[in-house]
Design a protein around this ligand. Structure first.
Ligand code: GLA
Length: 749
C-alpha cells in the first residue's frame, strides 16, 4: 500500500557530541512507506533497503544517515567527536551533496565557478516536495514507473551568496530496492556562471574496509570484472572518449571484503548515461568512503546564463544482502521493467543471422539472398544485413568510404533495396509458416571524408579549429549536438525504414571522439543523440533496435532506454564471451545482450570450440543469432544448427524474463555455471561449461541457487530432487571433451 507521510512535527536533528540521542525520528508505524518525511528527516524505504538523511539545522547542509539494509523508527545520531587539525567539520561528516571550499577536502559533488572566479558554494536546505510516481528528466533517459512502482522526493537547496539553486531528486522503487538520484542546478543570479562538476549521486559510507568492483576492458574484451580494496585517497575511473566506452563501464559496486556472489552486502551504482562519465571512490582521512558518479568534470565546463539550468543524468543505487548476485538481479529487474521503453524489452527475440562475419562487406543482391535462404532453411527468423549496403558516388565497399551517404548502393541493388528485402521476407523459416524478417545496419553518427555528405558539409564533423581532424577507421564523428545534424540523421534513417519492410536496426558507432570544439560539446552531443534516439524509436516502435559500438563500447543504461538490446562484443569466441557476458551481467540484464554463434577458427582468437558450446554460450544472451555463412560451415556443425536454434528459442523466454544466478565464474573456476530461473519460478535452465579438462580428478558438484528448497524438481525429465538437495548438495555432470557444455532443464513438480 502506498502512503506518503509528511508530518508537521519538526524534530531537530543536531549533531550530538554526547551520545546516541535518537534525533532522526521517523515513527515506527510509517517506516515501511516508500517515503517518510518527519520534519527535516527523510527516509526512503524499499522492501529490504533504507536510505536516510536529514537537514543539519545549524548549517542547512544535508547529512547522510544510512544507506543499506532496512532500519526502522528512530535512529541514533552520529557522534562525530572533536574537530581538531585541518579538516573542518564538513570533512568529518557524511554529506548528501558535498561542495568545495568550506572545509570538506574530499571530492565535491558540485563545483561552480562564479562570475568572480570563486568555486565556493554553500547550498542550504530550503524546502522539499514529495510525489507519487516519477517525473522524466528533460532531454535525458530516465527510469520510469507508475504511482504504485515509484515515489519521488525532491529537496530544494539555495546558495544565498551566489543565487544558485539546486534540486536533488530521489526516487525509490521499493520492490527493486533501488534509489535513483539526479541533481539540477539553476542560475538565479544576474550573470553567467560555469558548472565545472556535477555528480548525479554521492554516497558517504561510514565504513573503512570496503572493496570496489568495476568493469574494465578494451575493444573485443569488454566487461572484465575487477575487484580491488578501496584504499585511502581517490580511486577513479571513467571515460573521456565521448562515449561510455569499452575501457570502463559507468558502473561500480561497493562490497564488504567478505561479500561473495551469493552472500553479504553489495551496493551497485549505475549511471544512466552514454557519454564521458566519472566514477570516484575516496576513502578520506576519517575513514569514510565516498562513492560518486556523474558527468566527467574534464568534459563539462557548462555555461549557465541567468535563469538557465543544468540537470545531471540519473544514477541508480541498489542494495542487496544477497551478495553480488543479489545486487545484479535488482538492477536487472529495474532495467527490464523500469528503464527499457521498447515493447520488445521482454518479448521473445527472433533468432537471427547477421551477415558481418559470414560475408563482410563483399556481397550483392544474389549473395545476400542465398545467405538469407540458407538461414531460413536452418530455422532462422530474421536476416540482418550488416555494413556495406549503402553509398553511390562513394560506395561502401570497404571501410574507407561511404559513411554518411545513406542511400542503397545501386550497383549492389540494381532493382532497389525494397526488391531485395521483399525477396528475402518472402522466404519462410524452415518448417514454419513464418516469413523471414529483415534487419539492417547503420552507423549514423559517423562520416567518411570519402562521402558526398562530407563534401557538402565538412563543418558537420567534430573539429577543433584548424587542428588536424584525426581519423580512426578512416572516419570522423558528426557533431550530433547540431540540430541540423540531428535532423539529417532522423531523415536519413527514416527514409530507409520507410522504403522497405525493415523491422530491425543495428545502430553502430565505431570510434571515440578526439577533437571536441569545447568540453561542453561532449554533453551537448549526448543530448542531441538522445533526441535522435527518442524521435526514431517513437516513430518506429515496431522496429527492434540494437545498439552497438564496435561491440560493447556503448553498453550502458542510457542506450537501453531506447534500444532493448546491445551487441555485447566484437569478440565472438565462446570462451572469451563467457567472461564478457557474465561481466556485463553484473549491471545489465541478460535480455539486453546480443550474442552470436560464429564460425571456427574464431576470427578474433583463432580458437576452435565445439559448435554446441558456441551455441550454448550465445543462447545465454537475450538476442541469439548466427554470425557465419552456413554454405561455408563444415557439415557436422551445420547439421547441429537447427537443433541449437530450437534450443535457443526454448530457453529465450527464461533468459529474457527470469532471474540469473552466476553459480561459478570463469575467473575462479574451470567449470563456469549459470542458472536462469523463470519469472514464475516454475522452471530453470542450467548452463554448465568445462574450460579445461582434468585427468583423473573427482567430478565437481555444481550447486544451484534461488530454487524453492521445499519443492521437487525434475532434472531433464530423468530424476527428481528437492530444491534443498539441488542447492545444498548439487549435481555432477561428467565431461568427455575439451570445452564441454551442458544445458539442463529443471522443472518444478
Ligand atoms: C563494428 C561492429 C560489427 C560490425 C562492423 C561493421 O565493428 O561491432 O559487428 O557491424 O562494425 O563495420
Amino acid at each position: 500500500m502506498f502512503r506518503l507521510v509528511n508530518r508537521a512535527t519538526v524534530i531537530a536533528s543536531v549533531v550530538s557530541f554526547l551520545g546516541h540521542c535518537p534525533v532522526t525520528a521517523a515513527d515506527q508505524s510509517s517506516s515501511t512507506d516508500p517515503i517518510v518525511v518527519d520534519g527535516k528527516t527523510f527516509a526512503l524505504n524499499g522492501d529490504h533497503v533504507s536510505y536516510r538523511f536529514h537537514v543539519d539545522n545549524s548549517t542547512g547542509d544535508l547529512l547522510s544517515d544510512h544507506f543499506g539494509g532496512s532500519v526502522t523508527g528512530p535512529i541514533p545520531t552520529e557522534i562525530t567527536g572533536a574537530v581538531n587539525g585541518w579538516v573542518g567539520r564538513p570533512g568529518r561528516i557524511r554529506r548528501e551533496f558535498p561542495d568545495q571550499g568550506r572545509g570538506d577536502f574530499r571530492i565535491p559533488a558540485i563545483r561552480i565557478r562564479q562570475t568572480e572566479g570563486y568555486t565556493v558554494s554553500d547550498l542550504q536546505y530550503r524546502s522539499h516536495e514529495t510525489k507519487r510516481g516519477k517525473p522524466t528528466l528533460p532531454g535525458l533517459p530516465s527510469t520510469f514507473g507508475d504511482e504504485d512502482d515509484v515515489s519521488t522526493l525532491v529537496i530544494h537547496l539555495y546558495d544565498d551568496y551566489s543565487d544558485v539553486a539546486a534540486a536533488l531528486s530521489y526516487s525509490i522503487f521499493p520492490k527493486q530496492d533501488a534509489i535513483v538520484r539526479s541533481a539540477s542546478i539553476k542560475n538565479k543570479g544576474k550573470s553567467n556562471i560555469t558548472v565545472e562538476s556535477l555528480a548525479s549521486l554521492s554516497v558517504d559510507f561510514p565504513y573503512e574496509d570496503l572493496d570496489m568492483i568495476s568493469l574494465r576492458g578494451d575493444w573485443a574484451r569488454e566487461a572484465h570484472r575487477e575487484r580491488r580494496k578501496v584504499e585511502y585517497g581517490i580511486q577513479s575511473f571513467g571515460s573521456l572518449t565521448g562515449y561510455a566506452s569499452h575501457l570502463h563501464n559507468p558502473f561500480v559496486s561497493i562490497v564488504n571484503p567478505e561479500t561473495t556472489e551469493s552472500s553479504g552486502e553489495a551496493w551497485g551504482f549505475s549511471l544512466i548515461y552514454s557519454g564521458s562519465f566519472s566514477v570516484e571512490v575516496e576513502k578520506g582521512s576519517q575513514g569514510f568512503t565516498r562513492t560518486m558518479l556523474g558527468l566527467n568534470p574534464s568534459q563539462l565546463s557548462w555555461n549557465l546564463g541567468p535563469g538557465e539550468n543544468l540537470t545531471s543524468p540519473e544514477c541508480v543505487a541498489v542494495y542487496s544482502n544477497n551478495g553480488i548476485g543479489g545486487m545484479s538481479r535488482s538492477l536487472h529487474r529495474l532495467y527490464r521493467n523500469h528503464l527499457i521503453k521498447s515493447k520488445f524489452a521482454t518479448a521473445d527475440r527472433p533468432a537471427l543471422l547477421n551477415s558481418w562475419e559470414g560475408l563482410g562487406s563483399t556481397f550483392n543482391e544474389s549473395t545476400i539472398y542465398e545467405l538469407a535462404r540458407e538461414s531460413a532453411d536452418l530455422g532462422i527468423k530474421m536476416f540482418v544485413l550488416d555494413d556495406g549496403w549503402f553509398g553511390d558516388k562513394y560506395p561502401r565497399t570497404s571501410d574507407t568510404a561511404g559513411l554518411g551517404d545513406w542511400v542503397p548502393n545501386p550497383r549492389r541493388f540494381p532493382e532497389g533495396l525494397a526488391h531485395a528485402v521483399n525477396s528475402i521476407t518472402d522466404l519462410k523459416a524452415a518448417n514454419t509458416s513464418t516469413n523471414l524478417r529483415f534487419g539492417i545496419w547503420f552507423e549514423p553518427e559517423m562520416v567518411n571524408p570519402n562521402s558526398s555528405l562530407y563534401h557538402e558539409h565538412p563543418d558537420w564533423a567534430l573539429h577543433a579549429g584548424s587542428y588536424p581532424r584525426t581519423q580512426t577507421r578512416n572516419q570522423l564523428v558528426l557533431n550530433v549536438a547540431l540540430p541540423e545534424v540531428q535532423e539529417f540523421i532522423i531523415e536519413a534513417v527514416s527514409n530507409i525504414l520507410n522504403s522497405a519492410d525493415i523491422t530491425y536496426v543495428k545502430w553502430d558507432n565505431n570510434r571515440g571522439i578526439h577533437e571536441m570544439p569545447s568540453p561542453s560539446t561532449d554533453h551537448q552531443y549526448m543530448l542531441g543523440l538522445y533526441r535522435v534516439f527518442d524521435n526514431l524509436t517513437t516513430t518506429f516502435p515496431d522496429v527492434l533496435w540494437e545498439g552497438c559500438a564496435s561491440g560493447g563500447g556503448r553498453f550502458d543504461p542510457g542506450v537501453l532506454q531506447y534500444f532493448p538490446q546491445i551487441w555485447a562484443s566484437d569478440d565472438t569466441d565462446a570462451i572469451e564471451r563467457i567472461t564478457i557476458q557474465l561481466g556485463t551481467s553484473l549491471a545489465y540484464p541478460p535480455s539486453a545482450m546480443g550474442a552470436h554463434l560464429s564460425a571456427v577458427p574464431n576470427q578474433q582468437t583463432g580458437r576452435t570450440v565445439p559448435v554446441d558450446f558456441r551455441g550454448h554460450v550465445a543462447m545465454m544472451g537475450g538476442s541469439f543469432g548466427l554470425e557465419l555463412d552456413p554454405a561455408n560451415t563444415p557439415e557436422a556443425d551445420r547439421a547441429a544448427l537447427p537443433g541449437l536454434i530450437k534450443l535457443a528459442e526454448k530457453v529465450n523466454p527464461i533468459i529474457l524474463k527470469g532471474d540469473m544466478y552466476r553459480l561459478s565464474l570463469p575467473e575462479d573456476s574451470d567449470w563456469p555455471a549459470v542458472l536462469f530461473i523463470s519469472e514464475d519460478s516454475s522452471e530453470a535452465v542450467l548452463f554448465y561449461f568445462q574450460l579445461n579438462p582434468r585427468v583423473d580428478q573427482a567430478i565437481p558438484w555444481v550447486r544451484m541457487q534461488g530454487l524453492d528448497p521445499t519443492a521437487m524438481y525434475s532434472v531433464d525429465d530423468n530424476a527428481t530432487y528437492s530444491g534443498a538437495t539441488l542447492m545444498n548438495l548439487g549435481l555432477q555432470f561428467p565431461f568427455d571433451t575439451e570445452y564441454g557444455s551442458k544445458v539442463v532443464f529443471l522443472e518444478k513438480q
